[in-house]
Structures are given as structure tokens and as C-alpha cells.
Design a protein around this ligand. Structure first.
Ligand code: NZQ
Ligand code: ZN
Length: 387
């Protein structure tokens, strides 16, 4: 186990009927006027907007509405949010939505406090030194953004989808009421389940040895997702399964899964972000295509981890080493298909002629990966496997 520091300052309020807590929590930080960031339509249809508004009103906090954030959020919208927050003198940002809304809120919160262009922060070129305080009410559990210091935004002119991070981006408080996720369409629950598993695997397969406790923790999260996601596809309002999936999502990328590891691999994420930048595919759907292809490409460099994964997650113990590893990758892909996720780039509508350009986008931030570092040629080979 490698040395580590774990410091996550986000307060989580989890459970049924908890949205009413958000206003009082923000008032404890002295918030008077918040930019209320949200997506396209869901929170206005399912009653979440009313619940948030009532809580803010009770706490004496004014809200400036900023809706219309799209999935795979875009830079132009972030810039518009920064302008509005400045114009209105907002002293906090409140994200009411999923990863796209949270990530946009983080970029707006940092951008308001920065004199230059907010895009400077993306691709690890500059680290935000300050941000307005960020709060959130999570409406889809997938990315872990509610309890981490990461954001991902697409620069739609440059066709780049890049991450940014800074300790100032941890939300102060996030409310997670799993019951409000009952209105999610099945394909969004499926995308979420794939993303959660992918986050765990990015850390699990980074080449760290002798980290039994974290490996068991990771396998437990994956098995929980495999158990509960199919229940939710059949019964979207099943509260217990919603709660299990929601907490898995937060644990998968809030730092609790990282101690003692080598920082995660995240090559599959880097490649998927290029897929999304290219044609706006949903993040989870892109990962369902890319991750198994990445596994097929790299398993020979780290066979013990893949053998362990097959045994602990899918109970695969029969056969030779290679046979067991390929059976594990196949079992994972079959699970993603059972959720309704696409299996290949072809099925998702990409043209084979797109692959070199997508590989170039993915390689735009330098070598991807950890145990195995991937060049642009490696990425192209993975995309061909995903074809
Ligand atoms: O826009 P509305 O109408 O709200 O609909 C949303 C959206 O269409 C809908 N939705 C959300 N809550 C709902 C609901 N529909 C009905 N009922 C509800 N309760 O779900 C759709 C997807 O929302 P989105 O926020 O895009 O999903 P997700 O949370 O999966 O976020 C994806 C984004 O996060 C990035 C991804 O790349 C992608 O851009 N990621 C962020 C990370 C992070 N900050 O740590 C890490 C991840 O790896 C990921 O890259
Ligand atoms: Zn992800």
C-alpha cells in the first residue's frame, strides 16, 4: 500500500425528504443570493425545483435562475453563467442536477473569481485558486461530482472535452435524496450504473499491488451496482435500490476508493471524453463501449488484477489464465448490454473514418493511462477494438 493523504471536506446529507435542508445549510455560510444552476426540464417537472425554492425562501436566500445546462455541458454556457453571476452579485452557486449541472456550477464558481478566461483551467493548465462556495442537490447519482473536486466541460468550438480540478471545487454541502431519482428514464439509470463501475475500475486497474482492503472495497461497490441497477430498470421507484446505487456512485469517485493506489488509470475516461466531444454521446454509453476494449488491450500488462476481478466480481475460476480474463471482460460487456448500453462504436453511430480524429483528440492531453501509458497509436488500436 502506498502512502496517502485523504481529505474530503464535502458534507453529505443523504436520504428521503432531505431537500428542505439545503437552504438552512447555505445560510450557515452566510449566503444571501445564489445562482441556481439546473438542466433542461426535469427539475421543473418532478417537483424538485419547488422543493429547493421553498427551502431557499425559508432560509431567506434569493435565487437567480440559470437553467438549460445540457448533458456534456459546454463552455459557452459556463461563460454565460459567469456573466450572470457577476451581473447579479451572487455570493454562491447552487447546482440542482447531475454531473453536467455540478460541473458547470464548479466552472462558474471558479470563473467568477478569475480575471482571465475560465477555459485556462481545463486540461490542468492552471489551477483555480478561489471559487464562490458551491452547494448542490443531486438528481442523478453517477459521476461523484457531488463529493469531489473535479469538473469536465466541452469546448464546443475546439471539440475538446477536458477536466479541471482544484481543492476549492469541493462542494460545501450536497443533498442526495435518492427518491427524486425515481423519475429517471431507464437509459439514464443504465448510463449511471456503467459510469459508477467505470470509476471503480479506473482505480482498481491502476497497477497497484498489495492493496487488499481497497480491492475488496472496489469489488463490493461493483457487485452492489450489478445487483441493484437491474432492479431499478424494472422498478424505477424502488427506494432501497436507488439508495444503494446512489451511495455507490458517491463512494466510487469521492476519494474513498483511492487510498494507497497509484492515482487511478483514467485512460478509458480520457478516450470516452474524446468520443463525447466528437458527437455528444452520453458519458456512460461511451464508457460501455471503451472500457471493455481498453481491458482487452492492456490485460497482458497486469494479468493478476484481471484474474482477481473475474473471480471476485463474476465468480470466474475455471480455465486457463487468458481464458478466465477474456471471460471476465465478456461478462462485464454482457452486463452492460443487459442494461441496454451500446456494445460498439458502430452501434453508437460512429463512422470508421472518425477513429483517427477521435484518437488525436484523446491524445491531446499527452499520454493517457498509468500502468500502461498509451500513445495516440495505442488509443487508435483501442478504438479499433471498440469498433
Ligand atoms: O437536463 P435535465 O432535464 O435535468 O435531464 C437530465 C439529463 O438529461 C436527466 N436527469 C437528471 N436528474 C433527473 C433527470 N431526469 C429525470 N429525473 C431526474 N431526477 O438526466 C440526464 C443526464 O444528466 P447529466 O447531469 O448529464 O448526467 P451525469 O450525472 O451522468 O453527468 C454526466 C457529465 O458528468 C461528466 C461526464 O463526462 C458528463 O459530462 N463527468 C463528471 C465527473 C466529475 N465531475 O467527477 C466524472 C465523470 O467521469 C464524468 O466525466
Ligand atoms: Zn465517469
Amino acid at each position: 500500500m502506498n502512502n496517502f493523504v485523504l481529505h474530503n471536506p464535502t458534507k453529505i446529507i443523504f436520504g428521503k425528504d432531505t431537500i428542505k435542508e439545503i437552504g438552512p445549510e447555505m445560510a450557515k455560510f452566510g449566503v444571501k443570493k445564489a445562482l441556481l444552476v439546473y438542466g433542461r426540464a426535469s427539475i421543473k417537472k418532478n417537483g424538485v425545483f419547488e422543493q429547493v425554492s421553498a427551502s431557499l425562501q425559508m432560509a431567506g436566500i434569493n435565487a437567480v435562475e440559470f437553467g438549460g445546462i445540457q448533458s456534456n455541458p459546454v463552455l459557452s454556457k459556463v461563460r454565460a453563467g459567469i456573466d450572470l453571476a457577476r451581473q447579479e452579485g451572487c455570493d454562491a452557486v447552487l447546482a440542482v442536477g447531475g454531473g453536467s449541472v455540478y460541473d458547470s456550477s464548479k466552472a462558474i464558481a471558479a470563473g467568477v473569481q478569475y480575471e482571465g478566461d475560465v477555459w485556462d483551467f481545463f486540461g490542468r493548465r492552471k489551477i483555480p485558486a478561489a471559487a464562490l462556495p458551491i452547494f448542490g442537490v443531486l438528481t442523478i447519482s453517477a459521476t461523484g461530482s457531488e463529493m469531489n473536486a473535479l469538473g469536465v466541460v466541452t469546448n464546443e468550438d475546439a471539440k475538446r472535452k477536458w477536466p479541471f480540478t482544484s481543492p476549492v471545487l469541493y462542494p460545501k454541502v450536497s443533498v442526495i435524496d435518492p427518491s427524486i431519482q425515481a423519475t429517471l428514464p431507464a437509459h439514464q439509470t443504465a448510463n449511471a450504473a456503467v459510469d459508477i463501475i467505470a470509476h471503480v475500475m479506473e482505480l482498481y486497474f491502476d497497477g497497484t499491488e498489495n492493496n487488499d482492503v481497497m480491492d475488496e472495497y472496489s469489488e463490493g461497490i461493483i457487485r452492489t451496482v450489478i445487483k441493484h441497477a437491474p432492479i431499478l430498470l424494472a422498478d424505477p421507484a424502488n427506494y432501497e435500490s436507488r439508495a444503494q446505487l446512489a451511495w455507490c456512485a458517491t463512494l466510487a469517485l469521492n476519494g474513498s476508493n483511492a487510498p494507497g493506489r497509484r492515482g487511478g488509470d483514467f485512460a478509458s475516461h480520457g478516450i470516452e471524453h474524446a468520443l463525447s466531444a466528437w458527437n455528444d454521446i452520453a458519458h456512460g454509453a461511451g464508457l460501455a463501449i471503451v472500457f471493455p476494449a481498453w481491458m482487452k488491450y492492456v490485460y497482458k500488462d497486469n494479468p493478476q488484477a484481471f484474474l482477481r476481478f473475474g473471480e471476485k466480481v463474476f465468480g470466474i475460476i475455471e480455465g486457463g489464465e487468458e481464458e478466465r480474463i477474456l471471460a471476465a471482460i465478456d461478462a462485464l460487456q454482457k452486463f452492460f448490454s443487459r442494461l441496454g448500453a451500446p456494445k460498439s462504436m458502430r452501434e453508437a453511430g460512429y463512422s470508421k473514418a472518425d477513429l483517427p480524429a477521435i484518437a488525436e483528440i484523446a491524445a491531446g492531453l499527452g499520454l493517457l493511462g498509468n500502468k500502461k501509458k498509451l500513445s495516440q497509436a495505442d488509443i487508435l488500436a483501442i478504438l479499433e477494438l471498440a469498433w
